[in-house]
Design a protein around this ligand. Sequence first.
Ligand code: GLU
Length: 467
Amino acid sequence: MSTARVRMAPSPTGYFHVGSARTALFNWLFARQRGGTFVLRIEDTDALRNRAEHTEGIERAMQWLGLDWDEGPYFQSERGALYEAAIEQLLDQDLVYACDCTPDLVAQRNKAVGRPPGYDGFCRDRHLGPGPGRLLRFRTPATGTTSWKDIIRGEVVYENASIEDFSVRKSNGQPLFILANVVDDGDMAITHVVRGEDHVPNTPKHLLLWEALGLGPPPVFAHLPLLVNESRQKLSKRRDKVALEDYRDEGYLPEAMVNYLALLGWSPGGDREVLSRQEMIDEFRLEDVKSSPAFFDQQKLSSVNAAYLRSLSPGELAERAGQWLNTRWAPLAPLVQERARTLAEIYGMVDFLYLPDVKIDQADWVKVRRQQPAFAALLEAAEAGFAGCEWDATGIRDATLAAGATVGVSALGKAQAPVRLAVTGRTVGPPLFESLALLGRRRTIVRLAAARDRAVREDQAQGPQGR
Ligand code: GLU
């Protein structure tokens, strides 16, 4: 078989989307069954902030799933010279031109003029020449079509006239996603691009650039079906649980996760659902992946996970559960050590890390609510602050102080009491900011929001005070 070279090319976003995990898995299965090469490339031209933290998250998530890569990680942020050279090449051939229209300007203009005959709503060359504030656009052909035979979707054809003159370099000189993506696929000799359906509209641009840069025969494309929730809506980070890390932290087994992800758009046939990794490698076929949206069914995932748990021997199960418990709370061990008198006491101090939802002590709830009349407002300010602060003990502490200040509370102890209650369910426990750092940003914010909702509901039920 020809040597396949595939890649996983995530952009660092701060968490690993289950859709990315499915893409990584399908690439990995394809590479492994062909003795091919699986490349990891981090597309970080845009996201220099927190780069190390985000990239480590990607690597850890892939390692957790056991998806080992053969090359990389390559970082686009370190490959700028290659993109510059490609842009020079396009400039030499007069295939790109300078333009001063931002996407906003184009949208405004389209709104103002509508679509009179002969105007396609796209920016075209106004022969401005280079200048400050000008980006570079690729001149797409006015006639003809661009097409490819997608392994999953069959023949896909775009009229060239329907493709905008897309930009390849921002006015600040930064290469855009499409350019870096194509240059790297060429440089890394990628033979098959296996990625999410949301990239279908990028593919004609990919092919036009590929040809313009003289990169030879283009890769074969396979666009994986969209993942949807039970309402057939595209998974959304706000509505659905999409971070792979959350499933890991809640105690799903990586082998169950891999098994379930393999079923998102593919099936081994019959009603088989539980497959070993080797069976997946042997039986998986990209050609058999369906193009219709795949339902990411959390209940089915749970039942697959349960099947894996049941297949362990009691000894193995105890060991896996113990490992999971230990890794969750181990970073708090030095802090808990100062406070606990018996091993059993430790459990009550760290259970907030394991429980999917926090259990709030009723007496503590009443006490803290009474002490802090601005409870809901303080939590709301903390949610906003926590969304953007550095996620370490100092960053969280500063954000808590700032949240307190918004409701006129300056003492740290008073500012943190509602936060502690909302997140750990109690008024006492291990040092709060270290605990939250460990629990994670997303889960912390979800718990704050839940406690705030509860407080608001209670206040509404009681009506304005004094009546
Ligand atoms: N960096 C792109 C993303 O995160 C992936 C591009 C690709 O796979 O071609 O969606």
